[in-house]
Design a protein around this ligand. Structure first.
Ligand code: SAH
Length: 450
């Protein structure tokens, strides 16, 4: 009876969540992944795909609903791939994120640490960066976000998680693009002009940047730029970024200023940061301040200490810590980000920060050879986590403390396990919800040398 078959309908209680927020029900000892269900719910579902180790199911009906189920607040939720967990209320999103961190750190890595409650915040209209693809379909301009696992755009006039100022500007630009009959990029034929519209803003919307990403450098945006400036005086920067490549990477290497400055400025924990179009900057201002504050508290810095800020981006974490310590050494692989970090140090009158351009796994071993010593190292890698060579050189530096900020619990557990096998122990991990309504999870921890 309980054999797993495609197209068969089953009923069961959701046992757990997968890392991407799907529910799991085991049939015939195989996990079946089902979207839009909550833990402990009894549901009926149809199996739509069977693989050797797992299967996928589609929800048919909820027989016993969780008290934490909610109607998705966004009308596009079931088409758009931008959000994954809008059927969970805030409490359940926090539970899901905490349980994922727990499963990684205590389950997979077997570290047995305290996993704190997820730090939550405002869960709508928080994203300060929107990257909106533009296409023309049967002569109609569409702008929005991709459907799950596809390059088809869901045409939207309102996104529940990007800032409302961005919704406004997006719709205004769309109207202008139609009016002007602007050339739009066709990714199959690799021809046409406008590929993406990017909007980025600071915490109080006093500075906004609009970027037109184009295939080729033809400028068809003079009149739109003028109209934007008239309607939105807080747009301080309009940029054309050129990306001629046949690629999914959004930004190209060259940017031209169409109006105003090259950057916008934001404040973070009392420091100012200039941000250029291609530099990494956290997308959720409120939660980033909480995240950095926790990182600083865990670091518990003192005036005679030297810190290394690895994966430093535009210098944010190191610079907010700068007044408390003797010296900061930053390492970052993107050249414009290193320039930004140096500029941001100057902007804040910080003279004790040095930056090295290069991969952390290449620069750190070189620093070790020069006999560098550090009391604390901040580690804030991208999703793929740290390179083994980086971790080895980090261990050689022998800092008293390592504060690790991660956007991927899967690589966090791998790296923490390695560090724990080489003399570093953590007590707890704090999940911070930087990306409400989505499956993405941020976490921070402090490891101490024992
Ligand atoms: N700490 C910064 C940036 C974190 S994002 C902040 O909080 O804003 C991760 C950063 O690591 C990005 O700036 C990215 O360009 C950089 N990066 C990616 N791979 C790297 C590597 N191998 N070595 C050094 N930096 C890297």
């Amino acid at each position: 009876m309980n054999e797993l078959r495609k197209n068969e309908v089953y009923e069961g209680r959701v046992e757990d969540y997968s890392h991407d927020g799907m529910g799991i029900i085991k049939i015939d000892q195989k996990p079946v992944f089902i979207g839009d269900v909550l833990k402990d719910e009894v549901i009926s579902f149809k199996v739509i795909q069977v693989k050797s180790k797992f299967a996928f199911g589609k929800l048919l009906s909820v027989k016993e609903a969780s008290k934490n189920r909610q109607t998705p607040p966004c009308e596009y939720y079931y088409q758009c791939g931008g959000c994954q967990i809008q059927v969970m209320n805030k409490e359940e999103q926090a539970n899901f994120k905490r349980s994922t961190v727990e499963r990684n750190i205590n389950g997979l890595a077997g570290l047995n640490l305290e996993i704190k409650e997820t730090i939550t915040g405002q869960d709508s209209y928080y994203r300060n960066k929107s990257q909106i693809p533009v296409q023309k379909i049967d002569g109609n301009l569409v702008m929005g976000f991709y459907r799950p696992r596809s390059h088809d755009i869901v045409d939207i006039d309102h996104c529940y998680i990007q800032k409302d100022s961005h919704n406004d500007i997006m719709n205004f630009v769309k109207g202008k693009l139609i009016e002007e009959n602007t050339s739009i990029y066709d990714e199959v034929k690799h021809e046409g002009l406008l590929r993406h519209l990017v909007i980025r803003s600071n915490h109080d919307d006093s500075e906004i940047q609009v970027v037109f990403i184009t295939n080729g450098k033809r400028n068809e945006f003079l009149s739109i730029t003028k109209a934007l400036k008239e309607k939105y005086p807080n747009i301080k920067s309009v940029i054309q970024n050129i990306n001629d490549e046949k690629t999914n990477v959004i930004f190209g290497k060259r940017s031209i200023v169409l109006l105003g400055q090259e950057y916008i400025t934001d404040t973070l924990l009392g420091k100012e940061f200039k941000i250029r179009d291609r530099s990494f900057y956290q997308v959720n201002h409120e939660q980033t301040e909480k995240l950095y504050q926790i990182a600083l508290d865990l670091a518990d810095l003192s005036a005679d200490e030297t810190i290394i800020d690895t994966y430093s981006g535009i210098g944010t974490i190191g610079l907010v810590a700068s007044k408390k310590v003797k010296k900061i050494i930053g390492i970052e692989v993107v050249d414009t980000a290193v320039e930004d970090a140096k500029e941001n140090a100057r902007l804040n009158g910080i003279e004790n920060a040095d930056y090295y351009l290069g991969k952390a796994e290449a620069v750190m071993p070189k620093l070790v050879k020069t006999g560098v010593s550090a009391d604390l190292v901040f580690v804030d890698p991208p999703r793929k986590g740290c390179h083994r060579e980086f971790l080895d050189s980090l261990i050689e530096v022998e800092p008293k403390k390592i504060v690790y900020i991660s956007c991927n619990p899967g690589t966090l557990q791998r790296d923490m396990k390695y560090l724990s096998e080489h003399g570093y122990k953590a007590k707890s991990v704090v999940p911070v919800d930087l990306f409400p309504q989505t499956k993405h999870i941020e976490a921070v921890t402090m490891l101490e040398r024992v």
